[in-house]
Write a protein that binds this ligand. Structure first.
Ligand code: MG
Length: 401
């Protein structure tokens, strides 16, 4: 289960206003409400915790959450002295069922669903991920009003939120930072400081952090241009819906090895040898995973389940397929049909094909008639014909939900 934590506990002294800037109106509603609505609209996020200044806890409920019907906001908690204290307070308010946390600034009202989906997916795979954009301007180090040097911008990125973390990764970083007295401007900096990988996904210049009066004017113009494009984008959406059928293909090969079971389509096929591999080496299910990921434009099985990750040693490939189904769903699609050809010289698979189809269909939650598995030999030709291994080809169609 995925939760969002929204640190919005800043006192907003920079804006010199009667109230902290996150509670001031942008267009027809408070800045923070825009942000909370974007997060609430994400089908990935099930609950949202907002962290506000202590004297705003009650007002946030009565002025923001209730009037705007922000039903996904489960808790409003008081922030701490530093940003990371606020995020830690948000983390404490989450139930044990939350295993992945998206942290997003309360003053970034233009976050998109694609950014959320990308950080979530990258954090599931790597533990932590941030949205960022490459530095486009020339960067100089300045002291006493004069340039000291021009800094190479190669590999320099401006980091934004959303940032996503496996819960235990974020909890560990916050706990160690507290114990060691380390303060950072974002949570990813703590995670990387403690030696954990942080993956980078594409942010956007539109994903503005509204801090200065100039940012405020820019945010107003972005908001009104989004309003103007709303009717056009509805037409675009309908156009996309007519083109919502997508197809992907997958191909995989595994080598025969003695002393292992032969697992194909989740069925243990009687054989004197099985297939070599990091997981259970179910070559047929791997091809199906790649076809589905390909159709969804979500990379391949190696990207999501690296064979260098001990988590997947001996993994049941149907569990990987289940996760692939979830990735496809998170991208807004459902499987329509799947067709597989498994290529091997022996043993004969005819009697096992219906069980393989049923396993794949059940794992994806679709009707068994939508899955077709067939087997062929290569008439003794090539590596398959020589009995060195098994190959599988799969095609999948998916449609927008
Ligand atoms: Mg494989």
């Amino acid at each position: 289960m995925i939760a969002a934590i929204v640190p919005a506990a800043g006192a907003g002294v920079r804006m010199e206003a009667d109230r902290p800037k996150q509670f001031r109106p942008l267009g027809d509603r408070p800045l923070l409400v825009h942000t909370l609505q974007r997060l609430s609209d994400s089908p990935l996020i099930e609950t949202v915790v907002v962290v506000v200044p202590a004297d705003w806890v009650a007002k946030a409920r009565s002025e923001l959450i209730e009037p705007y019907g922000l039903a996904k906001v489960g808790a409003v908690v008081a922030g701490g002295a530093e940003r990371q204290d606020s995020v830690a307070a948000g983390l404490e308010a989450l139930g044990p069922e939350v295993d992945l946390v998206v942290v997003h600034d309360g003053v970034r009202p233009f976050v998109t669903e694609a950014m959320i989906a990308d950080v979530v997916e990258a954090a599931r795979a790597a533990g932590a991920a941030v949205a960022a954009i490459p530095v486009a301007e020339t960067v100089k180090r300045v002291a006493d009003g004069a340039v000291v040097e021009t800094v190479s911008r190669d590999g320099l990125y401006r980091v934004q939120t959303p940032q996503a973390f496996r819960r235990e990764v974020l909890a560990e970083a916050l706990e160690r930072a507290r114990a060691e007295g380390v303060v950072a401007t974002d949570e990813a900096a703590l995670v990387e400081r403690f030696g954990r990988p942080v993956r980078v996904v594409a942010g956007s210049a539109v994903n503005l952090k509204v801090t200065s009066p100039e940012d405020w004017s820019l945010a107003e113009s972005i908001l009104s241009s989004l309003g103007r494009s709303a009717s056009a984008s509805k037409a675009d959406r309908e156009g996309t819906e007519r083109m919502s059928l997508r197809v992907g293909m997958g191909y995989d090969v595994h080598r025969f090895a003695s002393g292992r079971p032969l697992i194909l389509g989740g069925v243990v096929v009687p054989s004197d040898r099985g297939l070599e591999g990091h997981s259970d080496a179910d070559v047929l299910v791997h091809a199906v995973c790649d076809a589905l990921l390909g159709a969804a434009g979500a990379g391949d099985i190696g990207r999501h389940f690296p064979d260098t990750d001990p988590t997947y040693a001996g993994a049941n490939s149907l569990d990987l397929l289940r996760e692939v189904g979830a990735i496809v769903a998170r991208r807004g699609f459902r499987p329509l049909n799947i067709d597989v050809t498994v290529v091997l010289q022996e043993p004969k698979l005819k009697d096992f094909l219906p069980a393989m189809e049923a396993n794949i269909a059940e794992t994806l939650g679709i009707d068994p008639t939508l899955v077709n598995v067939k087997a062929t030999t290569t008439e003794g030709l090539g590596f398959v014909g020589q009995g060195e291994g098994v190959a599988a080809y799969a095609a999948a169609t998916i449609e927008a939900t």
